[in-house]
Design a binder for this molecule. Structure first.
Ligand SMILES: [Zn+2]
Length: 248
């Protein structure tokens, strides 16, 4: 069992370093980071992707000896495999090789994570492949060198326990409504959100019209529930869910 969490790259960043959102999700592509620096763990690699990785590269997951961190939803076509098919049909999983981490434990965690993903996404075990399969790169290096033999790794995936803990959501969202033609209408709807729902709300001018922007909600399910409240009370005809990090 491995602890997993999300630390998602913003949509505005993701569109710059992927081929878009139509991943066929047919393969799991296994990598190693090749970064043996102390501290080059899963969180460090997830932060690297959030902060705007300078390399033209992206990957869905990074796993170390403590946890698995997701940077991209699986529908993104990350640039990891080095070929068009590998990128547009693969879910990229990076195993950390930081010197201050326990490599064998990181590999076990990767196997546990992959067991979960292939179940969630209905991917056949024979479609768990090495980065090498697509591009010929010597990756995952230590596995290819036999530190943990590939056949043994696949057996670990097959026998991995199901992950019990759902991902802890950390992503923050806001709701933006469509426009109201009068300030009075916007204020009236905002008043309900504030007093009945207890939300932070802001009224913003948009040309001659007005919109309501909410404070932040943590987790996509939380924000979706909030949108339903707006719809049920007919407080806005149109709503948009916005990544809170994209705010200006
Ligand atoms: Zn690789």
């Amino acid at each position: 069992m491995v602890t997993i969490r999300q630390k998602l790259v913003s949509v505005s960043q993701a569109i710059k370093i992927t081929n878009g959102k139509n991943n066929a999700k047919k393969y799991i592509v296994v990598h190693e980071t090749d970064n043996t620096n102390n501290g080059a763990d899963a969180d460090a690699h997830a932060r690297l992707q959030i902060d705007g990785n300078s390399r033209q590269a992206s990957w869905h997951w990074q796993v170390d000896d403590k946890e698995a961190v997701q940077s991209f939803e699986h529908f993104w076509e990350c640039w990891g495999a080095g070929t068009y098919v590998g990128n547009s049909q693969g879910i990229q999983v990076e195993i950390c090789v930081n010197s201050d981490g326990d490599y064998i434990k990181a590999v076990e965690n990767a196997a546990s994570l992959i067991a979960k993903i292939i179940k969630d996404e209905n991917i056949a075990t024979q479609n768990i492949v090495q980065h090498n399969y697509f591009s010929g790169k010597n990756c995952p290096r230590n596995i290819r060198a036999g530190k943990v033999p590939w056949s043994y790794f696949i057996e670990m995936v097959k026998s991995a326990e199901d992950i019990q803990n759902p991902p802890v959501e950390t992503q923050k969202y806001r709701i933006l409504t469509g426009t109201y033609s009068t300030l009075k209408a916007a204020k009236s709807a905002a008043h309900v959100m504030k007093t009945t729902f207890g939300w932070l709300v802001y009224i913003e001018q948009d040309g001659a019209n007005y919109r309501i922007k909410t404070g932040t909600f943590t987790g996509i399910n939380t924000v979706k529930k909030a949108v339903n409240k707006i719809k049920n009370d007919k407080l806005a005809q149109v709503t948009y869910i916005k990544d809170a990090e994209e705010d200006v």
